[in-house]
Design a protein around this ligand. Sequence first.
Ligand code: PLP
Length: 392
Amino acid sequence: MKINHHFDEMVPNYLFADVARKTNEFAAAHPDMTIIRLGIGDVTLPLAPVVVDALKQGSEDLRHQNTFRGYPDYEGYEFLRNAIAQYYQGFGVTVHPDEVFVSDGAKSDCGNVGDIFSQDNTVLIPDPVYPVYVDANIMAGRKILYAAAGRDNHFLAMPDPDVRADIIYLCSPNNPTGAAYSAEQLQEWVNYALENDAIILYDAAYEAFIRDDLPRSIYSIDGARRCAIELCSLSKTAGFTGTRCGYTVIPRELKREGQSLHALWYRRQATKFNGVSWPVQCAAAAVFTPEGQRQCRENLDYYHRNAEMIASALDELGIYYTGGKNSPYIWMECPDHMGSWEFFDYLLHNAAVVGTPGEGFGEQGKGYFRLTSFNSHEKTAEAVDRMKRLLS
Ligand code: PLP
């Protein structure tokens, strides 16, 4: 018996464990100080009332003989796929309900989708990045190339015509940088993918945070239906991080080697996934009702206000950053050329504010720091005041 030795190639990721340890040590040494956490990548506001009502009703359905449900459809109930297709229509993108696969979240899908592709493919991943893309492909034994993002491209990696890749992960608005691609930039990626016979795995988990006139979906770009799979999530859009629901879109016409990727993914899901529970799909459908959208928007606006507070403080301090406008994340350059961990310690010890060192998201994250808007207005305002006092 042999284990999968590709696990040996993974860099141990102690990022959040180290952040927690250092924060706890500081808290124990300074019991009088109130620590403010702006490192959190999880939502903090409760679910929208209309979502909870649907969740309750869905659970109640399971109590009664005539409304009880067993195994759900592998690809999700039709009413939810219709609602998702209509949601896309709301920002001018046509996606057919039968191209939507409901899942338990984007994290599983962004790793699992690799099952339909050969291990021999080369994967191109922007750096810095959501670490799941990297680890999932190391586990699968694929060769990984990195597309560097940095100040010169405002943390939006662009294709290099000299680099040949088969699978490309893009995430916009991005975690950790908060940067979001324009239609022109995405068109360049789509053109590159079409020229290279590559597939783009487009992670749109933060699309609901977009405020500017920027693409909410890769399918608003010409040619994307022939080269892209879109992954999306209700985690940040609607606070489903604990409730678990997401969706993946695979256009019917998307083919490689003459085979439909939609058919391959259906087969994969039917083999390894038994669907999302009835109450959760009812709750997810409630997100897409007009009242659900209104209530979820209130939460998004709340986070957005926090992001604005942080961004305007950085503007005042003259610190370079990306994100904050179309994203819950603010990605700032560490002042005075400090390293990511050096700045983490400096901010913790002098302002009792916790963020996330950028180097935890890749080589290019060195010297950068991620702040998030997932906290209360009061605490965010207090953190911002402390940062202004410390850094001005
Ligand atoms: N994709 C990105 C870029 C994320 O940042 C996250 C969560 O932090 C996910 C996917 C995971 O989403 P889900 O909660 O739907 O699994």
